[in-house]
Design a protein around this ligand. Structure first.
Ligand code: DON
Length: 318
């Protein structure tokens, strides 16, 4: 029995399992090097030593280790769901007339270049870009509709709003308010800024697990099709766009290094989550709230490096 990773790289189920077990040990050991996010007080309550990962393939087989079922807030990984919704609701041209598709090289909440280099946010994976993208949708979709889409993309119908994180996010979100109002002052933000921010805070506060993130990675790596129902959730052309932007912008100012060292389209969040859409098709979700200096889970970055190297998952590994 083989996992369908790549025809040139057959591995038995046992070999694959061993790679994930090793990745778990490496990731867990690296949690000691990171620091839990504390700029949103509710996030500071996370267990610094927690670590888990989960892989799901198109046949529904999964491999999981550690805290793979622990719930935590999706944070910036929701930016992938928001981008998918914008492409589906508004189309490619309209979406990218509001946000660019360039890596910013700056931290996720930077406001600097927005006022000096460009009016449009650099990409949909940084706060400014995600807030702009939500503003495009604010008049068309309710939070419940956005959450329903997140549930189907993550193959997880138990996703709900973490009220405590949402409140904390709302109370401490002044930098995001500054971004929204700066965009409004330039007539770039199209929706109501308060309703836009509320939707953005709520989407960041969706409660997921490493397993849910593996589900999202699987749907993306399977060209937008839910492999278990056959339902098309994201247009394959939009999947190509989303994967490209995840690859170039998904890890903030570590995106270049992640692209070279790991080479798998992925997205991280300050709640400690990481979602990767790997060849196979295969979805990989990781959770480790101890973050490195860039805001990515330090355990997840190391674990993914190991998985990618051992299973030859780098998109340029041929
Ligand atoms: O906008 C914020 O501050 C957060 N709610 C989301 C940021 C985030 O996850 C950035 N991640 N690395």
């Amino acid at each position: 029995m083989y996992f369908h990773i790549e025809s040139g790289n057959p591995k038995t189920r046992e070999q694959i399992r061993r790679v994930f077990a090793e990745a778990y040990e490496i990731g867990k050991a690296n949690t000691a090097r990171g620091k839990v996010a504390d700029y949103i007080p509710e996030l500071a309550k996370a267990d610094k030593n927690a670590f888990g990962l989960c892989m799901i393939n198109e046949e529904g087989e999964s491999i999981a280790f550690g805290d793979s079922e622990t719930r935590f807030s999706m944070q910036s990984i929701c930016k992938v769901v928001i981008l998918a919704l914008a492409l589906k609701t508004k189309g490619f041209e309209t979406t990218f007339s509001h946000v660019m598709m360039e890596p910013s090289g700056d931290s996720f909440n930077s406001i600097l270049k927005l006022d000096t280099r460009s009016n449009l946010p650099f990409n949909p994976m940084i706060n400014a870009g995600a807030i702009e993208t939500v503003s495009l949708l604010e008049g068309d979709l309710s939070f419940e509709e956005m959450m329903a889409y997140a549930r189907s993309l993550c193959l997880d119908h138990d996703i709900c709003l973490d009220e405590a994180v949402y409140r904390s996010e709302f109370e401490t979100g002044d930098r995001n308010r500054a971004i929204a109002y700066l965009l409004k002052s330039k007539s770039v933000l199209v929706g109501d800024p308060e309703r836009t921010l509320d939707l953005y805070f709520k989407m960041c506060s969706l409660s997921v697990s490493a397993r849910s993130l593996a589900g999202l990675g699987l749907v993306i790596s399977n060209d937008g099709i839910d492999p278990f129902t056959g339902k098309l959730l994201i247009d394959p052309e939009h999947v190509r766009t989303i994967k490209s932007i995840m690859f170039t912008c998904g890890m903030y100012d570590y995106s270049g290094k992640f692209g070279v060292r790991v080479g798998v389209p992925g997205k991280s969040g300050v709640g400690g989550g990481m979602m990767c859409a790997a060849r196979g098709p295969m979805g990989i979700g990781l959770y480790g709230p101890a973050l490195d200096a860039f805001g990515n889970s330090s355990g997840a970055v190391k674990a993914m490096s190991h998985i990618s190297k051992e299973l030859k998952l780098h998109v340029f590994d041929y």
